[in-house]
Design a protein around this ligand. Sequence first.
Ligand SMILES: [Zn+2]
Length: 302
Amino acid sequence: MKWRGRKRSSNIEDRRGASGGLFRRSSGMGGSGFRIPTGGRSGGMGIGFIVIILIVGVALGINPMSLLDGSLGTGTSGSGSVSRPLPEAGQDDLADFVAVVVQDTEDLWTEVFVENGMTYEPATVVLFTDTDSSACGLADARTGPFYCPGDQNVYIDLSFYETLRSQFGAPGDFAQAYVIAHEIGHHVQNLVGVLPEYSRAIQSMSEEEANAYSVQIELQADCYAGIWASYVGEENLLDDGDVEEAINAAEQIGDDAIQSRTQGVVIPKTFTHGTSAQRQEWFERGYATGDVGECDTFSGAI
Ligand SMILES: [Zn+2]
């Protein structure tokens, strides 16, 4: 993706290396004392954090919407796909890259909202290191990036991009851009009422029903990410292989792919984000059409 020297969003809050973080949190929730036993699974502490986030989020009616739902595991590395990592990507380069992507999402969604007689209010993207606090609970690098409807922030520890590349086999700058575009997609859902309705409705659902609803929410965010990719293409900012990088990322983080990698068994009723095939398909649909009207994941069209 052509991004160097381009306009960067001002809606980035850089909290990286904020050493006061632990002290700030010590008087609130989410300290290590709140760790929840997770049945001895490896990586349990990370899962404990996720549980905290989910519990707090549900209690407040503000479920965090993540790219992965914290399913970071010990994935295999390497996919053999075309890779275009950011050259010598230091974190400052990554931060600039993220800010350019966020600016592009703002340009796109401002336009779409105006077309629909609405006003787009941008999200803030919070860059943090290791842990941070959010209105949805503790943000932890190990849970992956997420959007918190309660404070309308996207949270991302940039080290996740290394995880995406090495553990998930999803390298390339456009895979990284897809992550941001997906989370901003959740912000769009929040603004138009999709997330508030979801938070309300799942209160009276079984876990299985709520999971199925979550899949529809996540696939729509993937479709919105595809619309963003379409917009970037119209602006002639795509490099060869960009779209393939995003599609590969969508494949690598499908629930079935993650579950088979991390637990060796696939349990469809526990899916919260959709299968690899579904995630690819909805991203591609958004990319092919560039039309939000094509992102109705709720009517069972696919
Ligand atoms: Zn998501």
